[in-house]
Write a protein that binds this ligand. Structure first.
Ligand code: SAM
Length: 250
């Protein structure tokens, strides 16, 4: 089959890394799994052998038809759909979610799942390394890492080199684990306002936070963090402080 670059069709072929993804996923014979972008089914095959059931979402009907034939098992179903159009309320109920995600829509898929804030166990995703670094909490914050932290912890598990794929992508990849938490439950209902605050704060990530906040009318001395800091130096609790102070002004 001719692979489509526009759908991020770089298939993971190296069995060492395929096995490593499975062993880090904590799936067993009691788990129901959702896979996003199964492609020709290398990971799908291993998930099926190690889980109770698997529902896979594949946008390319050539592969969804191929997989229907390849795995005609009762505990497998493949849905020929763009995952970004799926109503997650209808599909997520306690599963583990996995996938070697198409690079061009990885962040949209991850944010869709995280922001839906539904009952999934955890996600194991293979994504571009550069994007993984933006999601993970490190010495520097990003808009996307603060947004994610409201709902979950994200950790980097291991890297995968381009040679492990066919065709080989031009970039490095990493496997991440996303585990939902309720640590910041009291902020769930304020999430849309938090996103507006983050958009203002990260408009110029290298400028001081005092400059980003200059259009708000209030006594800045009340903040517990240093106003000379750059947005990327602040933590999620600092952004909660900003949200509480300025919520009425956005
Ligand atoms: N799972 C296979 C593997 O590990 O080798 C294939 C992974 S490949 C990086 C990404 C797969 O996602 C492709 O099969 C592609 O057709 C599919 N895909 C791309 N965009 C999608 C979307 N929006 N919804 C569902 N599947 C998508």
């Amino acid at each position: 089959m001719k692979l489509k670059k526009s759908l991020g069709q770089n298939f993971l072929k190296d069995s060492f890394y395929l096995d490593k993804i499975i062993s880090s996923s904590q799936i067993d014979a009691t788990e129901n799994v959702i896979e996003i972008g199964p492609g020709d089914g290398a990971l799908t095959n291993l998930i099926l052998h190690n889980s109770k059931s698997l529902t896979a979402y594949e946008i390319d009907n050539r592969f969804s038809e191929f997989l229907k034939e390849r795995f005609s098992k009762t505990n497998f179903q493949v849905v020929n759909k763009d995952f970004l159009t799926v109503d997650l309320n209808d599909v997520i109920s306690g599963q583990i979610i996995m996938g070697n995600l198409p690079y061009n829509v990885s962040s949209q898929i991850i944010l869709k799942i995280i922001e839906a804030n539904l009952d999934y166990k955890h996600c194991i995703f293979l994504i571009q390394k550069e994007l993984a670094n933006r999601f993970i909490v490190g010495p520097k914050s990003s808009k996307i890492s603060i947004q994610s932290q409201v709902f979950c912890d994200i950790e980097a598990l291991f890297d995968i080199p381009p040679e492990a794929f066919d065709p080989a992508p031009k970039v490095n990849s990493a496997v991440i684990k996303i585990t939902p938490h309720n640590k910041y439950e009291s902020y769930f209902s304020k999430y849309e306002n938090l996103k507006k605050i983050l958009a203002i704060c990260f408009a110029n990530p290298r400028k001081k936070i005092s400059s980003a906040l200059k259009n708000f009318d209030m006594d800045m001395a009340k903040f517990s963090f240093d106003l000379n800091s750059r947005p990327e130096e602040l933590e999620i609790t600092d952004f909660f402080e900003i949200l509480i102070h300025y919520e009425g002004q956005i």
